[in-house]
Design a protein around this ligand. Structure first.
Ligand code: SF4
Length: 297
């Protein structure tokens, strides 16, 4: 998902060669575009009293505070392009780039992947410049579009493959594309494929669930994903992802977690181990560097 630039890695350390890492400095929007009334998805309801794990209890509480939804149905290739544009920048910056790209290369009579595979890189880079890293992102998008046409023949065939294929196989296929790391692949599976049990891990999710002590303090993005996909019921993983991003922005930010000043300021306080957060001294360290770092649960 789109997010801030403060500590982004775009995937586990081993994925860093795949997804761009340079921050753009765009300011963070207040609302996650995948959540809220206008964020897409279908409203759903769950009974928070039935949580079986602490992770599920956290997600239930996020669902009560923000939204409970199921996702799916977005065109997969467009979703892939949108997610690539959102890497290492904010929704505020990537949304205009997405809109400008569709205006220039999309349209009802146009195959988007064909148009982008044929795009002149400098023109595409200029079109998406508001998203930052436009040279790198334009290259990745053209490569991905070329790959889609070579492997599937059309945008529609790729969209159909993502919607209907085995999720594990689709994930591996997406990961084979240069510039596509685990978070991007998981976002496509979630928002286009509508797959339950997919909990994309961005920088907010990676930070929050290690601070909570739910994932091991030294877990990389993939390890956090595995913990959450085991502990959170499949139907709750999608909004667990989008609502966690919102929670990270509002309460458990990288540099100013709400509990640092006021122990009662965070709605998750009773569920949290505060790994790497020290209200007594005002210090914050990455959970992996915290002496009390737990093994997770
Ligand atoms: S109690 Fe602090 S560290 Fe824990 S989730 Fe809330 S803000 Fe984050």
């Amino acid at each position: 998902m789109p997010e801030d630039s403060s500590e982004k890695t775009g995937g586990s350390p081993s994925d860093s060669r795949r997804e761009p890492e340079v921050a753009t400095g765009d300011s963070e929007p207040t609302v996650n575009i995948s959540g809220g009334e206008d964020g897409g998805g279908v409203e759903a309801t769950f009974d928070p009293a039935t949580a079986n794990t602490r992770a599920e209890a956290v997600v239930d509480r996020l669902g009560q505070r923000y939204w409970q939804k199921t996702y799916g149905g977005q065109p997969a290739f467009e979703c892939l392009v949108r997610t690539i544009l959102s890497q290492n920048t904010s929704d505020v910056a990537s949304q205009p780039a997405h809109d400008a790209l569709l205006e220039r290369y999309g349209g009802p009579e146009t195959d988007l992947a064909v148009a982008l595979a044929d795009a002149e890189q400098a023109t595409l880079a200029e079109t998406i410049s508001s998203a930052g890293l436009y040279n790198q992102k334009s290259r990745v998008i053209i490569e991905a579009a070329t790959w889609v046409i070579a492997e599937f023949g059309s945008t529609a065939a790729f969209d159909e493959y993502v919607a209907a294929g085995d999720p594990g196989a689709v994930r591996q296929t997406l990961l084979s594309v240069n510039g596509v790391g685990p978070k991007t692949a998981d976002c496509v599976l979630l928002f286009a494929g509508g797959r339950g049990g997919v909990f994309p891990v961005d920088t907010h999710v990676h930070r929050i669930y290690r601070r909570l002590g739910i994932a091991p303090a030294d877990a990389d993005h993939e390890a956090v994903r595995e913990v959450l996909e085991r502990a959170v019921p499949a139907a709750k993983c999608g909004f667990g992802h989008t609502a966690s991003i919102q929670f990270g922005r509002e309460f458990c930010s990288a540099r100013a977690p709400a509990c640092l000043e006021d122990p009662d300021a965070c709605p998750m306080a009773d569920l949290c181990d505060q790994v790497g957060v020290y209200p007594a001294t005002g210090e914050i360290v990455d959970p992996a560097a915290a002496p009390e770092g737990s093994g997770g649960d």
